[in-house]
Design a protein around this ligand. Structure first.
Ligand code: SAM
Ligand code: 2KA
Ligand code: SF4
Ligand code: MG
Length: 242
């Protein structure tokens, strides 16, 4: 059996971001990323700081662990990372979850395609704006969206762009103009990853949320969009595993 590098399995909690915000879900966080975003809130998945915590688990192992900690209190699993799209055989896990009547969501940045993307129930593609210091490969992103369209999966797909500044907003406008038929989410960037007092972080992120709402309200290019904070960051701060 194929083994996947896993850093965290946690929940049930709520999906704090994007297209299914508020949905009760479990999380599986895989290790490894092909990006290194300057503001990554999950840098421990790729910067080596948690390398001793990485477990190599089969799909069966992951399913057993989910049941062990989630019992019968979930019917939805979100796979995030790192970039889970680096894992060629992740369909083994998706199939197992579907056979058990469990829905599967994926968080990825749109830098890699996998055939199993067409099996995902809630697919979030999150291309990275200039503040991340990453460069978008538009050819790859075009190809991913085209394949999802061909597979009739656009109703299961959304775009989510994290915003820290005006340059990021201009990037978001460009993404939305390029893929106008995909549901589009703007997300408040968390620039206080070291803050360990949840109430302080919440106040700061709410101020940033108000700023982002105002900027989107002013834009004539960002109309059919949704603006959201990271709800889990408002509730629990920068804590891991929530
Ligand atoms: C940690 S990433 C893992 C999945 C995938 N690598 C990706 O970036 O889409 C999950 C989501 O968190 C977002 N994110 C990461 N750091 C953030 C931050 N400091 N503030 C707000 N969102 C952040 C990412 O943009 C992505 O949408
Ligand atoms: N509650 C909660 N919602 C989330 N949505 C996306 C997350 C992620 O790190 O990918 C995340 C997370 O870590 N926790
Ligand atoms: S792509 Fe996602 S996991 Fe990778 S560095 Fe960027 S935010 Fe972090
Ligand atoms: Mg997160």
């Amino acid at each position: 059996m194929n083994k996947f590098p896993v850093l965290e399995i946690f929940g049930p909690t709520i999906q704090g971001e994007g297209m299914v915000v508020g949905r009760k879900t479990m999380f599986v966080r895989t290790a490894g990323c092909d990006y290194s975003c300057s503001w990554c809130d999950s840098a421990f998945t790729w910067d080596g700081s948690a390398k001793d915590e990485i477990e190599r688990l089969t799909a069966e192992d992951i399913f057993a662990r989910l049941k062990e900690i989630g019992g019968n209190q979930f019917d939805h699993v979100t796979v995030s990372g790192g970039n889970p799209a680096l894992l060629k055989k992740l369909h083994e896990l998706i199939d197992l979850l579907h056979e058990a009547g469990i829905e599967v969501a994926l968080e990825t940045q749109g830098s890699r395609w996998q055939e199993w993307f067409t099996d995902i129930d809630d697919l979030t593609i999150s291309p990275k704006p200039p503040s991340s210091k990453m460069l978008t490969d538009w050819g790859i992103l075009d190809d991913i969206v085209a394949r999802l369209r061909e597979g009739d999966r656009l109703s299961h797909t959304s775009l989510k762009v994290v915003i820290f500044n005006d340059e990021d907003l201009a990037y978001a406008e460009k993404v939305h103009e390029r893929y106008p038929n995909l549901p589009f989410y703007l997300q408040v960037g968390n620039d206080e990853l070291e803050e360990n007092q949840a109430p302080n972080l919440a106040q700061h992120l709410l101020d940033r949320y108000e700023w982002l709402i105002n900027r989107v309200v002013e834009s004539s290019k960002l109309n059919k969009v949704r603006v959201l904070p990271q709800v889990h960051a408002l509730v629990w701060g920068n804590k891991r595993g929530v």
